[in-house]
Design a binder for this molecule. Sequence first.
Ligand SMILES: [Zn+2]
Length: 163
Amino acid sequence: MYLSKFRLYSQAYHEYIHLFFGLVSFFISLGLTGSHQIFFLFALSLFFTFFPDLDHLFFVFIYGRGTKYSQDIRHLLGLRQLTNCLHYCRSNHKNNQFILSHNLFSFGLSFLIALSAHLSHHDFILASALAVFFHFLFDIIEDYLFLGRLNPNWLLQFSKKSL
Ligand SMILES: [Zn+2]
């Protein structure tokens, strides 16, 4: 009951939740470093909170372009049906087990970069790495919410089968 409600919210507000975590990264890095470059820190946090999902575009247009999933998306884009296309992506992207950047190695790396940026007081790197770290963290939580387990691509088990 609660789970299905969470799923609905998560699906409907996916991008906004990423945006929220971008703001969280901004405030944490501002608080930790006391940076005076507030605007640039803000811009970096917002950019990097969405940055890992650029890989979905690489998948659709380059390394996964032969899958039915990618063809459907490009077909809808070709027809300029942006709303339908977004809806299609929202309902199907969780089945994609071939997004190369979304793996536990990059997740751990983003954490280590954030940690070392914190220790060496690098405000820009901290904000960027934190935003990437929270992006992956939310995607992982969403996997458990939707699939009840980690999507195998996190464990470097990539597969185009379900697409
Ligand atoms: Zn993602």
